[in-house]
Design a protein. Structure first.
Length: 550
């Protein structure tokens, strides 16, 4: 292969691999933007049964095209005490199987599938709104994955009979350690074990990569995929890190042992299929399925051991206290001063998010210490709100042009909204939870699930609002404002459902009727306050009418 042909080949294979990586990410983005709230609710309900948890992890990985994305999502639940570490690990084992199922589905070759996905996907993406538009994004991503795999097959075709290629690949077939490390490194670099496995299977199917080398690289990609989640959760609370560490040990250790086993017993691969592509892709599925089945009975023991090994660090009494972002010396520079105010509002929003996470468990078990912490946080929010108002007022005294004056008013409005959200949590939800405990009442099972699901939906929108505050992205701001209308409709639906249970004479619903309805309204108020973050951005970008009146 001379130099011009080599350069052309490298460009072709690099371009195809880049398209594959980006396509997998495109599918994941569509699922996260369109269905994140539903995924959160779904995963929360999986805590009731280990088999359901495994199935939920599998389904979530299929939708997100990534077990890593599921790991990060579940890590947030565990960090917020929404899931136990044992349940989180169970979901991750299912997600690993789901990731392997994805590769099976994406290797199916139908000539009509790619143009059909592209046609329907583009139409939905350009014509539809909200979640339906994200379905179009997902379909486009799936079509591009199939296109990228065909490009890889076409690019690697001339290599099959090339002597240099045969020499290099034969070496990898003999040196399984190097192949394993390369597979792990590639999965880490592209941050997607799915993309890595698809690439290796395609190369094996083209007879470019020997089966032993492909097997070692696929097993290495399993280690690399688990390591990605470990690095992404390094700053998470200890409970989340225990869960991810357990998955890393199980998946990575299992990959190493399986590689050693197949190095001594290569004939085992003959049981997994008649072609190289089928053998390698089936190995990926069988490995993760067997790992889940073997590890599932021992997840409790594993997490208990890691709890003893990975212990919480005691709080440092000399830890730095939080400081205000409001810089008095920046008042002579309006742009910087407004940025300081925006930073302070972001800090307020993060504090309120913690309050929202902490108050929901109090509806099940009252905790005076947690309630006191929420009240203290509310007092902090009140102080921050007052300081932001006074800071913006002093800035206004120095004179602002029209654009800066409008931004100052927007920030003041957002600050007021955040203060009202803090009120809704500390003065309404907290008191309702206390009344529930004092009167020894309990929600009906359906009523409690409704509140938990609605709270999870609002928490998802709060996180989106904080992202919008940082990136000022009009597309995400539009998604945030659309979420406000969704929450309103869901709240109305839940109120009607509650009234229906009252008509049926359900004792628990009658006793807790006011608490149930007021909690839904308070959560809706929190959601509305955070959704206000998106309005100034959409008004500036021209995506929002100045008046809804015709």
């Amino acid at each position: 292969m001379d130099e011009p042909h080599l350069i052309q080949f490298l460009l072709n294979i690099a371009g195809a691999a880049a398209l594959l990586i980006w396509s997998v990410r495109l599918v994941r983005t569509g699922v996260e933007r369109g269905f994140a709230a539903y995924l959160r609710i779904w995963l929360r309900h999986s805590a009731k049964n280990r088999l359901v948890a495994v199935a939920s992890g599998m389904a979530a990985a299929v939708f997100l095209q990534s077990s890593t994305a599921v790991a990060v999502l579940v890590s947030n639940f565990v960090a917020k005490s929404g899931l136990a570490t044992v349940v989180g690990l169970t979901i991750l084992l299912g997600a690993d199987v789901g990731s392997a199922v994805v590769t099976q589905l994406l290797m199916v070759r139908f000539s009509f599938l790619t143009p059909l996905l592209l046609l329907v996907g583009v139409v939905l993406f350009l014509r539809a709104e909200g979640s339906t538009r994200q379905v179009g994004r997902i379909m486009i991503g799936l079509a591009l994955i199939l296109v990228s795999l065909e490009l890889i097959r076409a690019a690697t075709g001339p290599l099959v009979a090339n002597p240099t290629t045969e020499t290099v690949m034969a070496y990898l077939g003999r040196d399984l350690l190097t192949a394993f490390v390369l597979g792990a490194a590639f999965a880490w670099v592209v941050h997607s074990s799915v993309a890595a496995v698809l690439l290796f299977v395609t190369l094996a199917g083209q007879a470019v990569l020997p089966v032993p080398a492909a097997v070692a690289m696929i097993l290495g990609a399993n280690l690399g995929g688990a390591f990605i989640a470990y690095v992404l959760t390094l700053s998470a609370p200890i409970a989340s890190r225990r869960m991810v560490m357990a998955n890393l040990i199980l998946r990575g250790g299992g990959a190493v042992l399986t590689t050693i086993l197949l190095a001594f017993l290569p004939d085992l691969m003959d049981q997994l299929g008649t072609t190289a592509a089928r053998q390698t892709i089936n190995l990926h599925l069988v490995f993760n399925l067997v790992l889940a089945l073997v590890a599932l009975p021992f997840v409790g023991v594993i997490t208990s051991i890691l709890t003893r090994v990975m212990q919480d660090k005691p709080l440092d009494a000399t830890a730095l206290t939080s400081t205000s972002a409001l810089d008095e010396t920046a008042l002579d520079r309006p742009h910087r001063a407004l940025d300081c105010a925006a930073r302070e509002l972001l800090s307020m929003g993060q504090n309120i998010e913690r309050m929202l996470i902490a108050v929901e468990p109090l509806y099940d078990t009252w905790n005076s210490s947690a309630a006191a912490a929420i009240r203290d946080q509310d007092a902090t929010i009140k102080r921050m709100h007052l300081e932001v108002k006074l800071y913006l007022a002093r800035l206004g005294q120095k004179g602002l042009d029209e654009d800066l004056g409008r931004r100052s008013m927007d920030l003041a409005s957002i600050s007021s909204g955040l203060d009202s959200a803090s009120d809704a949590i500390a003065r309404i939800m907290l008191e309702l939870a206390k009344r529930l405990d004092a009167q020894k009442f309990r929600f009906s099972p359906q009523g409690r699930d409704e509140i938990a699901d609605f709270s999870a939906r609002v928490q998802s929108n709060v996180q989106l609002a904080l992202n919008v505050m940082m990136n000022q992205n009009p597309a995400e701001a539009r998604e945030l404002v659309a979420a406000k209308e969704k929450v309103r409709k869901v709240e109305q639906k839940l109120q009607r459902s509650h009234i229906g249970r009252l008509r049926e004479g359900l004792v628990e619903s009658i006793e807790t009727s006011n608490i149930h309805q007021e909690t839904l309204r308070a959560l809706k108020q929190v959601n509305t306050a955070f959704c206000m973050v998106g309005y100034p951005i959409l008004l500036k970008s021209g995506d929002l009418l100045k008046s809804r009146l015709t």
